[in-house]
Design a protein around this ligand. Structure first.
Ligand code: ZN
Length: 236
């Protein structure tokens, strides 16, 4: 069939009418999907102790996404004073250097998100009406936890996988701070625990320490985490 004939035939069959809809196909998170809002706390926003560049910009995007979800899980970095992930805990160490802990290499951070401080509070502009659970992580003094599922020793569970399974959740959409640490580890652990996992890129911001953002996307993609934009759910 030549091109002109094909176009006529396709037109007659109504194929073109279907095309705009196909291009605008949106993801529809239903009852078996959860939005995970990672660490949108004062500490990770300008004015906080470990600000992520543009961190505040995720809040309006996450608030809009929230309207599309029946299930929302919030996480909160929640450290003890003198935590193993703080540079100030070790003589002669500076933030963003590393040290070796029992479970492997630990990046050392400025003191941040100390339990009960204003710095550790969730950002006050978050509006998440269907959020029912907050997973607090990093509260064992000797163990960090980037992931919302497992602490950095890769043994201690936060209970999130069991919670989600108990609620019939099969797919998670991960948002928040920071893309290359807590968001990435959460999304990859979601895959490890058998969930479909999306990262909504424009609802995240990165720290990008020595190329960590590009490395994180590569690792996430290798584990089957899908990279999407909020418009893929909300429309343009
Ligand atoms: Zn932390």
């Amino acid at each position: 069939m030549d091109r002109r004939l094909f176009l006529q035939a396709a037109g007659a069959l109504g194929l073109f009418a279907a095309l705009p809809q196909a291009f605008a196909a949106r993801l529809k998170p239903g009852a078996s999907a959860a939005l995970i809002v990672v660490d949108v706390q004062n500490c990770f926003i300008d004015g906080g102790t470990l600000p992520v560049k543009g961190g505040a910009d995720v809040v309006p995007v996450i608030n809009k996404l929230a309207g599309a979800f029946e299930n929302i899980v919030v996480t909160q970095d929640w450290h003890t004073a003198g935590h193993a992930s703080f540079a100030s805990t070790y003589a002669g160490k500076k933030p963003f250097e590393t040290t070796q802990l029992g479970y492997g290499t630990q990046v050392l951070w400025p003191d941040h998100c100390v339990q009960g401080s204003d710095d550790a509070a969730l950002n006050k502009d978050l509006k998440l009406p269907t959020a029912q659970v907050i997973i607090r992580k990093g509260f064992h003094k000797g163990v960090d936890s980037y992931s919302a599922f497992e602490e950095a020793d890769r043994k201690t569970s936060t209970g999130l996988a069991g919670y989600l399974k108990g609620r019939g959740i099969k797919t998670v959409y991960v948002t928040g701070l920071a893309t290359d640490f807590c968001v990435a580890w959460t999304a990859m652990d979601a895959r490890k625990h058998g969930f479909d996992a999306y990262v909504v890129e424009d609802a995240t911001r990165a720290i990008d320490l020595n190329g960590s953002l590009a490395a994180a996307w590569k690792q996430m993609q290798a584990k089957g985490v899908k990279r999407i934009q909020s418009a893929d759910i909300l429309g343009a």
